[in-house]
Design a protein around this ligand. Structure first.
Ligand SMILES: *Cc1c(COP(=O)(O)O)cnc(C)c1O
Length: 377
């Protein structure tokens, strides 16, 4: 099989990975083996270093998709009599609210229009209004729209008011700078298959050691208990329960590539170039982005669907796929949109080719009116 012929994933994970990362999965590892355990150890250290947390934080990996780790972080960090505030501006924020409800942790939503930003001041007001709130759960990049929420402002507000902060940084970790020394948090959740460009299958939570030490007994789930996972890992260097060995080995290779590229600044710069090439190419075709530029993260872009009656997402998707690119449906209830990811082992030439594939597809479908501003000849 020729990996070059696989379609490029323009999705927010799983995403296109390098051949080196894929090849790292061609070996079987024993979970008890010291070679495998040293991979886990070095990965945990490298992941904490990405947010400069070596002196204060530890990394606890967990089997499963990213949501498993968000759920584990809330279940482990928030005591059973705690209460969570969720600034809510999109689909992934809503998921955090559902997690709290499932786990029986009281939750308060701070509703914000999709595409608009929460601020530290808004969160301060909500916290002062309800002193029973113990934790804020903040999504960093809201992948549902592509919005970048102002994490540093919110983190400093939480620290000043003595509230715990749990961050879902799933789609930003590794691409957008987060420095725990200036953006303090109790826990930050990310996963193997997003901006680190590994394959999906494990999440990890970077947790303030002092906070984690107090979390024994909080979790109502054994397999999702990050305190227990951490305590066992510290003692034995092993994962509790079967580790996703090939995912871990692939992530080790992916993080080596990440470091060789120049770490977070270089990765963020490449994704920004991808995003810029995509947005300008699509604007030339007449497309409009859902978000204004100043709140758009360089991770995933939401476009308004063409207004032409000849447009239909499924056909559009299949035809663009036949040209080698996988798009992503929109996640908004009010407006018809689709999304294009900027992340993965891809560069701006790939984005330009994707825009060409979209242009050809629209011509084949007879879609002329992209928006009321512009009719394609
Ligand atoms: C991808 C993502 C998740 C996790 O999704 P899974 O499908 O469980 O991997 C959580 N939050 C955000 C913001 C994401 O982008």
């Amino acid at each position: 099989m020729n990996a070059e012929l696989d379609p490029v994933l323009l999705t927010p994970g799983p995403l296109t990975t390098s051949l080196i990362t894929k090849s790292a999965m061609l070996r079987d590892w024993g979970s008890w083996d010291t070679d495998f355990n040293s991979i886990t150890r070095s990965l945990r250290a490298d992941l904490v270093d990405i947010v400069h947390g070596r002196d204060t934080h530890v990394c606890v990996p967990l089997q499963g998709s990213g949501t498993f780790s968000v759920e584990a972080a809330i279940g482990t960090l928030v005591p059973r009599d705690g209460k969570v505030l969720v600034p809510q501006n999109g689909a992934y924020c809503k998921r955090v609210v559902r997690i709290c409800e499932y786990m029986g942790r009281p939750v308060v939503e701070l509703p914000i229009e999709e595409g608009k930003l929460p601020t530290g001041a808004m969160i301060e007001e909500a916290l002062l209004r309800d002193p029973a709130i113990t934790h804020v759960a903040q999504v960093h990049c809201e992948t549902g729209t592509g919005t970048l929420n102002p994490l540093q402002d919110i983190a400093q507000t939480c620290a000043r008011l003595g509230k715990g902060l749990i961050v879902d940084a799933m789609s930003s970790f590794g691409a957008i700078g987060i420095d725990v020394r200036t953006t303090p948090f109790d826990a930050l959740v990310a996963a193997s298959g997003k901006c680190l460009e590994g394959v999906p299958g494990m999440g990890f939570v970077i947790i303030r050691r002092e906070a984690l030490e107090k979390c024994q007994g909080n979790s109502a789930s054994l397999s999702m208990d990050l305190y227990d996972q951490w305590a066992y890992m510290e003692k034995t260097s092993q994962w509790r329960f079967t580790p996703p060995t090939s995912v871990v080995a692939a992530l080790r290779a992916a993080v080596d590539l990440f470091k060789a590229e120049g770490g977070q600044p270089a990765r963020g710069k490449r994704y920004q170039a991808n995003c810029d090439a995509l947005v300008s190419g699509m604007q030339d075709l007449g497309f409009r982005t859902f978000l204004p530029r100043d709140v758009q993260a360089p991770i995933i872009v939401t476009f308004h669907a063409p207004e032409d009656p000849a447009y239909e997402f499924r056909t559009f998707y299949e035809k663009v796929k036949a040209k080698g690119f996988i798009l992503y449906p929109g996640k908004l209830t009010e407006v018809d949109t689709f999304r294009v990811g900027c992340i993965g082992d891809i560069d701006r030439d790939v984005m330009r080719s994707a825009v060409r594939a979209i242009e050809e597809t629209l011509a084949e479908m007879g879609v002329k009116q992209i928006s009321h501003h512009k009719i394609v000849a």
